[in-house]
Structure formats: structure tokens, C-alpha cells
Design a protein around this ligand. Structure first.
Ligand SMILES: [Zn+2]
Length: 68
């Protein structure tokens, strides 16, 4: 079961919930008890997309660039 991070809109605390991807229930902040939580984008997937884009821009696509 994956872990999802939710940030409280009221106090800003990040709370992790272990749940199914199609879970539709409420998420309650552990800091203030608010139900106004928003799902955070996964840091893991963000790192993968970021590293792949920087690699392609720094490297010559053909390997024959005169400046590299
Ligand atoms: Zn809160």
C-alpha cells in the first residue's frame, strides 16, 4: 500500500497517510485536527523527471558537438 503525503491548509503540517490510491475518505491533520488537507506531489517522481530533463539539455544529442 503506497504512502501519500497531505499538507494541512490550516497549519501547513505534512501528514503521511498509508492508503489505497482510490481512497475517498477524509484526511484529518494530526497537528490541528483540520480536514482541509491537500495531496502533495510525490518527491520521488519529481526527482526522476527533473534529472532526466537536465541530463538531456547538458549532453550533446549526437556526441559530435564541437563545443563539448
Ligand atoms: Zn493542521
Amino acid at each position: 500500500m503506497p504512502i501519500f503525503e497531505y499538507r494541512c491548509k490550516n497549519c501547513g503540517q505534512i501528514t503521511e497517510f498509508l492508503e489505497r490510491a482510490d481512497f475517498k475518505g477524509e484526511h484529518i491533520c494530526q497537528g490541528c485536527g483540520s480536514r482541509e488537507m491537500e495531496k502533495q506531489i510525490s518527491l520521488f517522481s519529481a526527482q526522476i523527471s527533473g534529472s532526466s530533463s537536465s541530463t538531456s539539455s547538458d549532453t550533446c544529442p549526437t556526441g559530435t558537438c564541437p563545443l563539448s
